[in-house]
Design a protein around this ligand. Structure first.
Ligand code: M6R
Length: 597
């Protein structure tokens, strides 16, 4: 939900800022803007407009802007429609203070009224504009910049990550509450000992420049000058922070030989699935002890991460013989009366920044429950809120669609289910085989899936069915198809279609049938019910059947089947997107990390 970036260091930094903000385009692409200045001078230049970064850059030529410090923003609109005026950076009426913001200011109407009552004419319809306006007012009243920032932040209710500049002041200021913000630091290569500073919503923004970072916590703010001063918003005390080293390398955040990140990340699964279970054995032991001793386990997530939770609940039932409650994060608060200090909440999230899940974790913590998180982004908010963290080791996932993070989540949860009953080695063996299956599935079916996509690309609606372990794969498959190709797709348990939805089947309606060995006979009879009504049947299974019009063969992997069966659907969704003229990496209306509730 919006990407923010700041840089301070070398002259001619507009190309650095542009490359950093491009790396965050997955967080939103409704509009882009940039403001640049020469530090210690008194002139800030701003350019911004509506549209994706490359198109706006063609028009505005961002790299011709001059300066050695600046801020940039890519927007996923929340408050205020998609217009140039609502694009960031926002600035104060005296054109002294420039700010980019990610988050939601809940009391913005009240604050906007306060400003208009003071005679200020607002330039936009946004919540964000109140920030530079109030900072400018406090400075005009005599506050120092640092005090003006703090006074402004204390007025705000809601979430924010901000970076900004004041025309008469040195440096870049920043603040954070409940929206991600990291600061990167690099010694310049000219041996002068001078430093370059980066601030961004997410590490991949500046990973090609540095992987030495400071994580900014909630209620922290400060100013970057020759060095950084971090302060606590509440008591205003100076905070000492340690720099941390990030293990991701820049190649993981580049497309390389692939046409799209989506395709690259689908292919990467042969390795990421295996890497995901390379966990310290003491951690796996500790977490399985926590789960064994729990009285009440909740798996909680959103979107794809929720589907991984549903899938894992079947494995926990079958393998670990443990009942698990599975809850969509935004609904979790309804269960708060059942939470105690013996409850364990397993929070699942690629980004570690999903607002609904953060809210669920807060609910769990209020009740004294333990939180174990399964997260991909190191240092993210959720990792810092949890009692135990299992990192997914999938590397940066840039495409808005979750692909490799899903299979990593499935693999980790499969490992935990087995670890509880001392069958960890069995899980590892299945996951290793699943990794090997990925390449086979892609190589053997890529062209066939493209042919199928060509046949069905004009359809308005599709269905996916599966029973038992294959049912959550139907849910996840439907989400993949919907979000990237905009074809309406729904996943169902095989037995459920006949209770109503079968009325929608007509001649040629595509239906994907997901089969496990244990459910084969039952799902085949459900598939026949659809076929006789005209359905175009696409089977994903280890065994061919005459009910299928198209057949995608996958190896039989027992409880690891969901890892294999999602691969062909990810590829089908990719082909469908291309054939329908959609950009697989940037589906409309979506953003990679959903930091609003
Ligand atoms: O970062 P998270 O895993 O917490 O994100 C949860 C969902 O927003 C995410 O899975 C979303 O559904 C993706 N677009 C799915 O491809």
């Amino acid at each position: 939900m919006c990407g923010i970036v700041a840089y301070k260091g070398k002259e001619g930094c507009s190309d650095i800022l542009l490359s950093c903000i491009k790396n965050l385009e997955y967080r939103g692409y409704d509009s882009i803007g940039m403001a640049l200045a020469a530090d210690k001078s008194n002139s800030i230049e701003i350019r911004k407009d509506v549209g994706p970064i490359d198109l706006v850059d063609e028009k505005l030529n961002f790299t011709s802007m001059q300066g050695n410090k600046g801020i940039a923003h890519t927007r996923w609109a929340t408050t205020g429609s998609v217009t140039k005026e609502n694009s960031h950076p926002h600035f104060s009426s005296d054109q002294k203070v420039y700010v980019v913001h990610n988050g939601i200011i809940e009391n913005y109407q009240e604050l906007r009224k306060e400003l208009t009552d003071l005679g200020i004419t607002l330039n936009s319809e946004t919540d964000s504009e109140v920030i530079p306006q109030f900072i400018a007012i406090f400075v005009k009243e005599g506050s120092s910049l640092i005090d003006a920032i703090r006074k402004t932040i204390l007025k705000i209710k809601g979430s924010f990550a901000i970076v900004g500049m004041h025309e008469d002041e040195e440096g870049i200021f920043f603040a954070r509450k409940e929206s991600p913000l990291v600061i990167g630091m690099k010694e310049t290569s000219d041996g002068s000992g001078e430093k370059e500073f980066f601030a961004a919503s997410d590490v991949p923004a500046f990973l090609s420049y540095t992987n030495e970072v400071y994580y900014i916590e909630d209620n922290e703010y400060g100013i970057i000058k020759e060095d950084i001063v971090f302060r606590d918003i509440i008591d205003n005390k100076i905070i000492k922070k340690e720099i941390q080293h990030i293990n991701w390398d820049i190649d993981q955040a580049k497309k390389g030989e692939y046409a799209h990140f989506m395709l690259k990340e689908i292919h990467e699964q042969k390795n990421t699935i295996v890497k995901s279970i390379q966990q310290p054995s003491s951690l796996v032991e500790e977490v399985s002890d926590i789960l064994k001793n729990a009285f009440g386990i909740f798996f909680v997530g959103c979107g794809t991460s929720y589907h991984a939770a549903v899938s894992a609940s079947y494995v926990f039932t079958h393998v670990a013989k443990r009942h698990v409650n599975v809850t969509i994060a935004s609904e979790f608060r309804n269960y708060k009366d059942y939470l105690t200090d013996k409850t364990v909440v397993v929070a699942i999230s690629q980004s570690g920044e999903t607002a609904d899940l953060i809210d669920a974790i807060k609910t769990a913590k209020e009740k004294g429950s333990k939180v174990v998180s399964i997260v991909n982004v190191m240092g993210s908010t959720i990792t810092r809120m949890s009692d135990k963290n299992i990192m997914m080791n999938a590397g940066p996932e840039i495409c808005v669609l979750s692909t490799k993070s899903y299979t990593s989540q499935l693999a980790i949860l499969l490992l935990l289910a087995h670890a509880i009953v001392d069958k960890e080695e069995k899980a590892k063996e299945l996951i290793r085989k699943a990794g090997e299956e990925v390449t086979k599935i892609i190589d053997n079916n890529f062209l066939l899936l493209e042919k199928i996509a060509e046949k069905i690309k004009e359809e308005n609606s599709m269905f996916l069915i599966g029973r038992d372990l294959a049912y959550p794969s139907a849910l996840e498959g439907a989400l993949k198809i919907k979000e990237v190709s905009y074809i309406h797709a729904e996943g169902f348990p095989g037995g459920e279609l006949k209770h109503g939805t079968i009325a929608l089947i007509e001649k040629g309606t595509p239906c994907i049938v997901l089969t496990t060995e244990a459910t084969r006979d039952m799902i085949i009879s459900n598939a026949s019910e659809i076929k006789v009504r005209g359905g175009y049947m696409i089977g994903i299974n280890s065994k061919e059947n005459e009910v299928y019009d198209e057949f995608i063969k996958i190896g039989e992997l027992g409880h690891a089947n969901p890892i294999a069966m999602i691969i062909p659907i990810q590829i089908l969704a990719y082909h469908l997107a291309l054939k329908r003229g959609c950009n697989p990496d940037k589906p409309r209306n979506l953003a990679k990390s959903v930091t609003v509730k």
